[in-house]
Design a protein around this ligand. Structure first.
Ligand code: PMP
Length: 371
């Protein structure tokens, strides 16, 4: 029975599934950990040095809510150059998660509907519930492509926003240019807010990254430093979109997160000049390694980005299969954490190649066991 003080909105959060995997991991000696959603490289030196310098120089207090001017100006200049939208404005958030929370709070009224693609990043469904919205799931199995007709069917008078993520967590799939254009146009025609979570935009392996903002200037983009620079613990992100919306988000930030950590913001300026391509190239090779290693035994969509693959289980439900994997010291995440379905599982290949090889060995063995 739950504690009488706990608010009803807490029902929207159930982290038990993923916690189970992490609890098992902490109790295990030498697990093969392919469950973690963060890069295995360290924060590049110039970024670390910029943060340390900021701390030593006493830049440790609150910053303006919208972020330090030097970072905002540098981001704004790049965004302006990329999109050329006169009304597009940027501000600095406490991670991409912070940007997502503010976006949903600023846009979604109770009983508004938000379209989310299934499988989805875990936070989406809970955050939509938190702000009182209704999540309308659009199924993208088996290829995780966006069927624009399905999206159009899901639109009702109550549809307020579409939450889009490419390259995607948990599938790694990158939407194609035509899909993105169609989605952007649909949102514009129906006057629906298109929220684009672009946290994996550097991790693209076959095609260049495309934002729906290219086709729909009203797109609200949520972006962050966590994955690109391996700085998940620094809590730095940014959001850009129509100035009026951004102003509302800044107002909310003032009363919630206050500001992103100031030393991280100074480091964020330095980060924009760091070339991450060698790391991205290494991740492309990891992607190739894992896809080649799985393809004989698993039904798997080759991912074009991020650092995840989302294969179908060769037998049993996702949950059952992942239990078996864990018995073999392999940590992966059951698909039902990200989906209405329980048929797949997520592998993160943000790990050393030796760990990926060990994981593949277990996965091939499990696939060949009859169940
Ligand atoms: N969006 C997606 C799709 C993610 O995978 C993650 C991190 N797992 C986030 C947002 C949150 O990232 P941040 O650390 O910037 O809050």
């Amino acid at each position: 029975m739950s504690h009488p003080w706990i608010a009803a909105r807490m029902e929207h959060f159930d982290s038990s599934g993923i916690r189970k995997v992490f609890d098992l991991a902490s109790a295990m000696t030498d697990p093969i950990n392919l469950s973690i959603g963060q890069p295995d490289f360290s924060v590049p030196e110039p970024i670390q040095e910029a943060a340390v310098r900021a701390i030593h120089e006493g830049k440790n207090g609150y910053s303006p809510t919208q972020g330090i001017a030097a970072l905002r100006e540098k981001l704004q200049e790049r965004i302006q150059k990329q999109y050329g939208h006169s009304m597009r404005q940027v501000f600095v958030t406490s991670g991409t998660s912070g940007g997502l929370v503010l976006a949903l709070l600023a846009l979604v009224n109770p009983s508004d509907e938000v379209i989310v693609f299934d499988p989805y990043f875990v936070m989406y469904k809970s955050l939509v519930g938190l702000v009182g919205g209704t999540c309308v799931l659009v199924d993208t199995y088996p290829d995780f492509r966006i069927d624009i007709a399905k999206v159009a069917d899901a639109v009702t008078k109550r549809t307020k926003a579409i939450l889009f993520n490419s390259p995607a967590n948990p599938t790694g799939v990158m939407a194609g240019d035509a899909e993105i254009r169609a989605l952007a146009q649909l949102a514009a025609e129906r006057n629906i807010a298109l929220i684009s979570d672009e946290i994996y935009n550097h991790f693209t392996y076959d095609e260049p990254f495309v934002s729906p903002a290219k086709y729909n200037p009203q797109t609200l983009v949520i972006d962050g430093y966590s994955k690109t620079y391996g700085m998940t613990g620094w809590r730095l992100g940014f959001a850009h979109g129509p100035a009026e919306i951004i102003q509302q988000m800044i107002k909310l930030q003032q009363y919630t997160f206050v500001c992103a950590p100031q030393p991280a913001q100074w480091a964020g300026i330095a980060a924009l000049d760091v070339d991450m391509q060698p790391h991205i190239d290494a991740y492309r090779r990891k992607r190739d390694l894992i896809v080649a290693g799985l393809s004989d035994d698993y039904e798997v969509v080759k991912p074009g980005g991020a650092f995840y693959v989302f294969p179908k289980t060769p037998w049993g439900t996702g949950d059952r299969f992942v239990h078996k994997a864990i018995e073999n010291k392999l940590l992966v995440i059951p698909g039902q954490i990200f989906s209405r379905r329980d048929t797949h599982f997520r592998i993160s290949y943000a790990a050393p190649n030796a760990t990926i090889e060990r994981g593949l060995e277990v996965l091939r063995k499990l696939a060949r066991e009859k169940r």
